[in-house]
Design a binder for this molecule. Structure first.
Ligand SMILES: [Fe+2]
Ligand SMILES: [Fe+2]
Length: 135
């Protein structure tokens, strides 16, 4: 069973963004499956790095929209993104140094971070961006 199941509760109703969120969900699920299958740290690290890179790209996509339309809650939203990327960067550094490994606790953290962020923080921009014609 997948760690995160995509459903209407995760949709923000803006196609481009839903597609990116689905990809993030799939990548987290793939990492969880690899962990459960007992994959080694090289494979897990590779999937984690891919997830980190795509997360960075997705955050940039949202932040570019905020800048383009002058979204009033940009600062608080960007801070949430930056805080997560900082944590991910720290984990990557620890992994590279051999001091940290992907775990079920990390997977639970990623799941709750992503679902809470989409359902709370991301959903806040929907009415604003939709009113600016973003779809
Ligand atoms: Fe976001
Ligand atoms: Fe998002």
């Amino acid at each position: 069973m997948s760690l995160i199941t995509w459903g209407p509760q995760l949709s923000v109703g803006i196609n481009s963004i839903d597609e990116q969120h689905k990809k993030l969900v799939n990548m987290i699920n793939a990492l969880n499956d690899a962990l459960a299958a007992g994959e080694g740290k090289e494979m897990l690290g590779k999937i984690f790095n891919g997830l980190a890179a795509y997360t960075t790209k997705h955050f940039q996509f949202e932040e570019d929209l905020f800048a383009k339309y002058n979204y009033p809650e940009t600062a608080a939203h960007k801070k949430e993104h930056a805080d997560l990327l900082k944590q991910v960067g720290d984990l990557k550094a620890k992994m590279d140094a051999g001091n940290f490994m992907i775990s079920m606790e990390l997977m639970a953290f990623l799941k709750s971070w992503l679902t809470n962020h989409i359902q709370g923080t991301d959903k806040k921009y929907v009415a604003f961006l939709t009113s600016e014609g973003v779809s």
